[in-house]
Every structure is written in structure tokens, then in C-alpha cells.
Design a protein around this ligand. Structure first.
Ligand SMILES: [Ca+2]
Ligand SMILES: [Ca+2]
Length: 179
């Protein structure tokens, strides 16, 4: 029992020391304005008016909206016998898969589907894949991958995943914000 108070004091000193080391170490993080996220450079993003390390924190990804052509990449209708696409999107972050609901018969689907907070370490692999819901098998319309995920995506707060040449104008939009 006699050794307990000194031990607690030592522990408090260690905790206090690490608490003073902010996310940018002993230096203060560079200031920035949320309205101009690109005022941060390197591997940093603007959070609460300071450029802080982008990686090693969690983000919420939101699949917002999409635009699809009336027909698929082969020029055929999306559904057998005719019909607009029934679109859903999968978002894969380092192997964790998040799937939006299906929006039936739409070339302008809106999901506004948000993931729970997802950890994003450096060297994170991100994949966005767009599907038409079909029986017996869903058809992948197009997909985009970024590995490692680009700092510009995290910093800018979003990206679009566009279809290939046979799907001109096809696009799905995804936003990202730190937790
Ligand atoms: Ca359909
Ligand atoms: Ca379909």
C-alpha cells in the first residue's frame, strides 16, 4: 500500500505527457479552413481548422447518387424483356463490404447510404462496384478501385466512379468525412 501513491503520480505524469503530444507531435498542426480543404498538404486533412494526419482515423463513407444510361454496356436493356436498371453499389474498404439497398427501375438512383465509421490506415484499398439487380445473377455494370486510397479523396471529401467507354455518362458519387 505504501508504494501506491508514487506509482499513481508516475502514471499521471506519463499520461499528461502523451496528452500534450497532439496528432502533429510537439508542433502545432498547421491551421486551415474547412471551406478550403486543399489548404492542407502531404498526408493531412482539415479537421476543426487544423491540418491533421489523414490516415489512422475512421471515416464515414456515403454512397449518394448515380447516373446510368438507359441500356447496358452491350446496348441491351438492363432487364430481360426490357426495363431500367435496378441499381445497388458495394463499397469495399480493406475487405470490409458495405452494400446499399436496391433502387428499382431508375437511371438516377439516390441512396444516401452511409457506412458506420470505417478505420482508414495508410495503404487502404477502396473499391466501388455498381450492379444491376437481376435473377438469377446480378450484373456488374462497372467498378473503380484505388489502392492505396488517394489522399485527395479523403481531403476533398468525395469522388465519382465513372463507367467505362461503353457506358458514357455513367457515374456513382461517394462522399467521405472523418468521424
Ligand atoms: Ca428493372
Ligand atoms: Ca435488373
Amino acid at each position: 500500500m505504501t508504494f501506491r501513491p508514487p506509482f499513481l503520480i508516475a502514471f499521471a505524469l506519463v499520461a499528461g505527457c502523451s496528452g500534450e503530444d497532439g496528432p502533429c507531435g510537439e508542433e502545432a498542426c498547421a491551421p486551415c479552413m474547412a471551406s478550403n480543404p486543399f489548404s492542407c498538404s502531404g498526408d493531412t486533412i482539415c479537421v476543426a481548422d487544423a491540418c491533421v494526419p489523414a490516415f489512422g482515423r475512421s471515416y464515414v463513407f456515403t454512397v449518394t447518387t448515380g447516373t446510368l444510361p438507359q441500356v447496358d454496356g452491350t446496348g441491351a436493356s438492363w432487364d430481360e424483356g426490357g426495363g431500367l436498371p435496378d441499381v445497388f453499389v458495394t463499397l469495399t474498404v480493406n475487405g470490409a463490404v458495405f452494400t446499399t439497398p436496391v433502387v428499382v427501375d431508375s437511371v438516377t438512383p439516390a441512396w444516401n447510404f452511409a457506412t458506420p465509421p470505417v478505420p482508414v490506415p495508410a495503404d487502404t484499398a477502396l473499391r466501388i462496384a455498381v450492379y444491376d439487380d437481376d435473377e438469377p445473377m446480378d450484373t456488374q455494370a462497372w467498378a473503380c478501385s484505388t489502392d492505396p486510397v488517394a489522399i485527395e479523396f479523403l481531403r476533398g471529401g468525395g469522388l465519382g466512379c465513372s463507367g467505362p467507354g461503353s457506358l458514357p455518362g455513367a457515374r456513382v458519387n461517394v462522399t467521405v468525412r472523418p468521424e
